[in-house]
Design a protein around this ligand. Structure first.
Ligand code: ATP
Ligand code: MG
Length: 561
């Protein structure tokens, strides 16, 4: 085996084998979301995996909504999902597809099953069906309606379709094996009566196919070759093959479409799972689906994560057959690496402390040229104005500093980035003993880039000119979930709101370079020493809002060392 073969993942190996054995001429994959919520980072994994394989094998990638359950589905979700998939750069073939487009084929397939004696109409109630199903250790019991004649089944199914029965009154079941060790094979329900209005087909149908019946037919109709899904469907695979074979779309499990399962993406401290995410939105504990703390793609985008960073992260994680939880810090690391290369540099003070330069003339300013990116001289420079009144970060000054504190302290010196060395001459207190502002002197011979600049001081801090800056709101984020979330048992997880961290959002009022007022929502910056920030759509002309995408410190990189 050459290197390339060795490094292929298990899905590529299956595809290679299928091609070799002649089961597949052209690889066709799909992303099949149910339009009942917004996509999260886990879905991104599925999208990029399916799209990536289609691309790698010169095949086709379909975008198909699995809209077979009208209760929870909405057009709002269809639109947002399309936008997210596009944002990730996954290009689907032709038009967006909908499972509901194939309701006629599914109905026909059900009729074929009935005609072949492979499906029957059952009058048992949902509760009775559950009781008859048996358990992992006990076989199920056959329904008294199991042996209805083909004619009777055809007539009853037709009547179900025509609306003669109420919800739950009758179902269509596959006739497989009530004693199968695989519970999914114990005569699963394939059609139910549901008098509901569908967001695409309206009131045309009052019977709807169940997922396990609909999905394989959707795949078969579209000519999907590799139907990639997550591990929880492994036990459903025999049913997947049964449906496709018995409805006449293939003759053996070796043929395509073929279901392949991979492990879901889980991240430490991050809630994935649509129903949990939905609850956070519905309970109003976050500010909507696109709250920057959310693991949704809309949330991450608003936070300032780029599609490239997410792709890089997912490539590093890879695909596997065993569940595991990836350290969320790796995602942050990828985001940081990406922004390091793409974000413009700027100065912003999050927690301002006023500084007056006593030996700088009132009303006078000096232009300081700053580079927009240290590795991209071609991105040019910008001018910020040095003056008598400045803001520095409150934490960059300490009145009673510990040893080795290299920022500003009484009688101490520090360099203001791109400008001069200043010395703290006096601390002016408020009535209650806090620090109101500080007075400093500037060493005029120490200007950065000039001769005197050779004089070294240990610390360099960022600043903005109080007369030439703009107020802004900094939204600083931390994990939305507490650590307990990762270890909570499934039952406990039902109340996702019990695991919310109370430090996930901190709002600060600071000052930034004036030019940032004209930045557009979505623009990203590195605020020197404070982290990467992204302009939020909540910004107004009067007040810019910036989300901290990630801080600068990289604890993931550190732990790797
Ligand atoms: P959730 O588990 O969040 O409720 P879902 O599987 O119900 O998601 P679907 O809309 O049915 O959501 O999923 C569309 C596709 O995305 C499916 O093929 C599913 O397997 C995949 N997917 C969902 N969550 C993850 C995840 N965490 N990692 C990888 N793929 C995922
Ligand atoms: Mg689902």
């Amino acid at each position: 085996m050459d290197n390339e073969t060795v490094s292929k993942n298990f899905i590529e190996q299956i595809i290679d084998k299928d091609i070799e054995e002649g089961h597949c001429q052209k690889v066709v994959t799909r992303f099949p979301p149910e339009p009942n919520g917004y996509l999260h980072i886990g879905h991104a994994k599925s999208i990029l995996l399916n799209y990536g394989l289609a691309k790698e094998y010169n095949g086709q990638f379909n975008m198909r909504f699995d809209d077979t359950n009208p209760t929870k589905e909405k057009v709002e979700f269809v639109d947002s999902i399309k936008k997210d998939v596009e944002w990730l750069g996954a290009k689907w073939n032709g038009d967006v597809l909908f499972a509901s487009n194939y309701f006629p084929q599914m109905y026909e397939a059900a009729i074929r099953l009935i005609k072949n004696g492979k499906a029957y109409v059952d009058d048992l109630s949902a509760e009775e069906i559950r009781q008859y199903r048996g358990t992992l250790t006990e076989p199920g019991k056959e329904s008294p309606y199991r042996e209805r004649s083909v004619e009777e089944n055809l007539k009853l199914f037709e009547e179900m379709k025509e609306g003669k029965y109420a919800d739950g009154e009758k179902v269509l079941r596959a006739k497989i094996d009530m004693a199968s060790p695989n519970i999914n094979m114990r005569d699963p329900i394939i059609y139910r009566v549901a008098h509901m209005t569908h967001h695409r087909t309206g009131d045309e149908w009052c019977i709807y196919p169940m997922y396990d019946f609909a999905h394989p037919i959707e795949d078969a109709v579209e000519g999907i070759t590799h139907s990639i899904c997550t591990l929880e469907f492994e036990d459903h695979r025999p049913l997947y093959d049964w449906v496709i074979i018995e409805t006449g779309y293939k003759t053996s499990p070796e043929e395509n479409p073929k279901q392949i399962e991979f492990a879901k993406l889980y991240l430490t401290n991050v809630v994935t799972g649509k129903r949990y995410i939905k609850k956070l939105v519905e309970d109003g504990v976050v500010d909507g689906w696109d709250d920057p703390r959310m693991p949704t793609l809309v949330g991450m985008r608003r936070r300032g994560y780029s599609a490239e960073a997410i792709k890089d992260f997912l490539e590093r994680v890879g695909v596997s057959k065993a569940d595991s939880t990836v350290d969320e810090k790796l995602l942050e690391h990828c985001v940081r690496e990406d922004l390091n290369g793409t974000a413009y540099r700027a100065m912003a003070v999050i927690d301002p402390l006023k500084v007056t330069i006593t030996n700088w003339p009132e009303g006078e300013t000096m232009d300081v040229e700053m580079e927009n990116h240290p590795d991209h001289p071609e991105w040019g420079t910008r001018v910020v104005k040095f003056g008598r009144e400045l803001y520095i970060e409150r934490e960059d000054f300490m009145e009673e500093p510990p040893k080795k504190y290299f920022r500003l302290k009484p009688e101490g010196e520090v360099r203001l980035k791109g400008a001069y060395i200043i010395k703290c001459e006096r601390v002016v207190h408020t009535v209650d003993g806090g620090i109101d502002h500080i007075e400093c002197s500037v060493d005029l011979s120490s200007r950065s880039g000039s001769e005197g600049a050779n004089r070294k001081v240990k610390g360099t801090i960022h600043w903005v000119n109080a007369r030439d800056c703009a107020p802004f709101e900094a939204r600083l984020y931390d994990q939305l979930m507490t650590e307990e979330w990762d270890t909570a048992e499934a039952a406990d997880k039902k109340d996702v709101t019990k695991f919310l961290s109370d430090t996930s959002l901190q709002v600060m009022n600071g000052y930034c370079e004036h030019a940032l007022v004209s930045a557009k929502p979505g623009d990203t910056f590195q605020f020197l020493r404070n982290g990467y920030f992204c302009k939020d759509p909540d910004s107004t002309q009067a007040l810019s809002v910036f989300n901290r995408t990630v801080p600068l410190k990289d604890s993931w990189a550190k732990t790797q060392k």
